[in-house]
Every structure is written in C-alpha cells, then in structure tokens.
Design a protein around this ligand. Structure first.
Ligand SMILES: Cc1cc2nc3c(=O)[nH]c(=O)nc-3n(C[C@H](O)[C@H](O)[C@H](O)COP(=O)(O)OP(=O)(O)OC[C@H]3O[C@@H](n4cnc5c(N)ncnc54)[C@H](O)[C@@H]3O)c2cc1C
Length: 397
C-alpha cells in the first residue's frame, strides 16, 4: 500500500550529517522525516574513522563506546623508506566506531519524534510549487516544504536537482585487519606513486594494543588501475608489506570521496550538506568535521526559515554564506595544497620528508598542527624553511 505523508523537512540520508541535522531540528519540530536506503544505520561502513577530539566537544557527543583508540602522532613514510615522525606529545586524533557514531545521531533524532524511514531509497524527486515530493523504493510518497540532501558522495538530490558537481572524486578502499603489531598511538601514512597515486595509504590502530587496525588508501579517479590493485600491492611491496606480514583481513570496504566544495548549496527550498556538497578536507579526505560544521549552519538557517512567515525559503541562502564564512577559506586552501601535492614526484616526497625531519620543524608541526585546520601550519613552516617558497608558484597555479 502506498503511504502519502507530509513533513516540514525531509532529509535524504541518515549518515552522520543527515542524522545530526534530524537530531537538531527535531528538538523544536515533530515534522521531520529522515530517509535512509540501508536497513541498518552506519552499515556498511566506508570510513577510516579518524577524527579530532574537537568533534566530540563541539557537537556534544558522548565519547564512551564510540572512541576506540587515541592517536598522538603519525609516522609519514616516503617512497624510499625515510620516515618523518610528527606529534607524540598529546592526543591529536581518535579512531572511532563509525557505525555507533552514525547511530548516535539517528537514535537521538528518533527519540525526539523524527519519522525514520529505513530500507527506503529515494528514487525520484519532484518539485512542485513550494513543495518537494519524494518517491521511495517502497513506492511511498513523502512530501516536504524543505528538502535536505545529506545523501553522501553519490547524491541523488545533487544530481537530480541540478546542483554543480564536485571538482574531483577520489576512489578509496579500506579494511579492518587483525594480527598487526603497530605502535598503538601512531598512525602510519605512506605516500608515493607506487603506494597511492595522488593521495596516500594509511594504517590506523583501533585498539590500545596496536593489534587491530583500519588500513586503506585512496587514489585519483583517473588512474587506470583500481584501488584494489594498490591494496593488494600493500601486502607485497616495500614499505607497507613489512607491517602486514601476519595481517588477517576481517572486513573490506570501498567508497569515494568528493573533493572541491560546491559553489551552490541552496536552490529554492532544497539544501545540500556534507559529502553531497563535497564539504570535505581536500588534504585528508576527512568529511565528518567539516560536514558537521556546515550542518550546524544548515540547522540554524532552516530553523530561521521556519520561524519567518510560516516558512521563508529565501532565508535558506544564509546557510551557504554561513558555512563559506566559517570554513570556506580552509577548504579552498586545501584545494591549493592538493594541487601542489598531486604534482610532487616520488623524488620530491623523499626530499621534503628528509627536509622536514629536523627537531625545529617537527616541533612546529606538533605544536601548531591541527588536522581540521591544516592551513595553520603554512606560515610557521614557511618562516622556518624559506626554501619552500620555491614551491609557492605550484601552490598558486
Ligand atoms: C575510504 C574512506 C575513508 C574515509 N575516512 C575518513 C576519516 O578517517 N575521517 C573522516 O572525517 N572522514 C573520512 N571519510 C569521509 C567520510 O566517510 C564522509 O565525509 C562522511 O561519511 C560524510 O557523511 P555524510 O552523512 O555526508 O554522507 P554518508 O556518510 O555517505 O551518508 C549518506 C547516507 O545517505 C544514504 N543515501 C544515499 N543515497 C540515498 C537515497 N537515494 N535514498 C536514501 N538514502 C540514501 C546512504 O546510504 C548513506 O547512509 C572517508 C571516506 C572514505 C570513502
């Protein structure tokens, strides 16, 4: 039987961003629908699950159960095996159980009377007068005054409603592995053309013995080899293979990362947030913190729009300006840095990793380094290593 229901706000996608928005909006409204194509929120999980402790503080998320391990630093490995150690002084990041993280928001939303539609994929989106009508895979019709596309990197809302596309998509692959012997407080990062062209590979310990880890890599979309080709290579070749001699794969996954936030994220009464809007750090591919930050601007504007003359869609445009003012510059700087990064040859990776490997520089990185705001490092590093100014034309181009 077809159900026809009407809501003030319809949110497509119950990932962390859609779930967070639903949990915030449903504090003041019982007319919120959250629609998710999968049966279980947070599954399947396509994420390395590394975020900063800031996320827990800023978005008032309980740490118990969700945090798996604390990360104090990173070893960055060059193609020939030079290693740069950064951090080690304090907790710079945490590895999280992504499934529980996503479920935290949706559970909260549901308890506050959000109508949660699970196992229902949005198949079509029709805009009529001031309403949007969604048809689901169960042939239900959900209409809403305001539609929020939080439907991730492959966003249907973005594509059907004529929003611009992200600049680039990275292709990723990851796995949970057991039988490792990692330093439990350090992530291992590997760069270079043979390991992960255009991005990097990672090993993140997820327990405090360093025996379990999430490993993975991303590559540029235009590479003619698959992410799995490079993943297999991690087990066979220097420098990654040494870490994976006894590794047992428990679970494998893949996904894409959109890079290059959109120039338009509001159209009439439709809003895009999170990966759907490519609100992702171009340097690390991390989308949870910037996505949540942008989602908080979305919540503000949607609430204001509903508090003005019943519903005033024009106010939704404040969302676009709000998130741009907050994190737009950081994301743009990330794009510039990424342009430079993708042009570095293996020889240059070796050279710069060696160059940075001196206490005066690693101290700056440890003190000023912030995974969420990497641009904070630019000025102090340039001051300490003026020869890097030679790279600036490549950064700007
Ligand atoms: C390999 C890899 C590693 C990563 N590692 C990290 C990391 O360590 N740290 C970090 O911060 N970020 C990481 N990310 C990025 C992070 O996973 C995303 O930025 C984050 O999930 C974005 O959240 P979201 O809610 O916008 O989208 P998603 O998490 O993708 O959620 C979107 C939801 O919408 C649902 N959906 C989609 N289409 C429809 C439809 N038509 N109908 C109904 N439902 C639909 C999906 O099923 C999904 O549940 C990684 C990504 C990848 C691919």
């Amino acid at each position: 039987m077809t159900i026809k229901e009407h809501y003030d706000v319809g949110i497509v996608g119950a990932g962390p961003i859609g779930g967070y928005i639903a949990s915030e909006l449903s504090k003041d409204s019982d007319s919120i629908a959250l629609i998710e194509q999968h049966k279980i929120i947070g599954k399947p999980m396509n994420c390395a699950g590394l975020i900063t402790p800031r996320v827990f503080e800023k978005f008032a998320i309980p740490k118990e159960k969700i945090i798996q391990n604390e990360i104090k630093g990173a070893h960055i490995h060059s193609p020939t095996g030079n290693t740069l150690m950064i951090g080690g002084d304090r907790v710079h990041a945490v590895s999280i159980n992504r499934t529980l993280f996503d479920q935290y928001f949706s559970d909260k939303a549901e308890k506050q009377n959000t109508s949660l539609f699970l196992n229902e994929k949005i198949l079509s989106i029709q805009t009529e007068k001031n309403m949007v009508e969604l048809t689901t895979s169960k042939d239900n019709k959900i209409s809403c005054k305001c539609l929020i596309g939080a439907d991730g990197p492959y966003s249907k809302v973005r594509d059907v409603c004529g929003f611009p596309q992200p600049k680039e998509f990275l292709r990723g692959i990851g796995a949970i592995v057991d039988n490792m012997s990692l330093d439990p407080n350090f992530v291992e990062i590997f760069v270079g053309e043979r390991v992960a062209p255009g991005f990097f590979a990672w090993m993140i310990p997820i327990n405090n013995e360093g025996t379990k880890a999430r490993i993975g890599l991303c590559i540029q979309k235009n590479n003619n080899k698959s992410p799995n080709y490079f993943f297999q290579r991690m087990f066979k070749e220097f420098p990654t293979a040494a870490y994976l001699k006894k590794a047992v794969i428990e679970q494998k996954n893949g996904g894409i990362i959109p890079i290059g936030s959109l120039s338009q994220t509001v159209k009439d009464n439709i809003v895009l947030v999170g990966d759907a809007a490519a609100q992702v750090k171009p340097t690390s591919g991390g989308g949870i913190y910037p996505g949540l930050l942008c989602a908080s601007h979305c919540v503000q504007s949607v609430k204001k729009a509903f508090n003005t003359d019943g519903f005033c869609p024009e106010i939704l445009h404040e969302y676009h300006q709000g998130w741009k003012n907050d994190i737009g510059r950081e994301l743009s700087m990330g794009i510039q840095f990424r342009k430079l990064y993708t042009k570095l040859s293996d020889k240059e990776f070796d050279k710069y990793i060696k160059k940075f490997n001196q206490p005066s520089i690693t101290k700056i990185i440890s003190e000023k380094g912030d995974i969420d705001y990497p641009s904070a490092l630019l000025r102090p590093i340039l001051k300490k290593t003026p020869s890097l100014i030679r790279l600036l034309p490549r950064f700007i181009r």
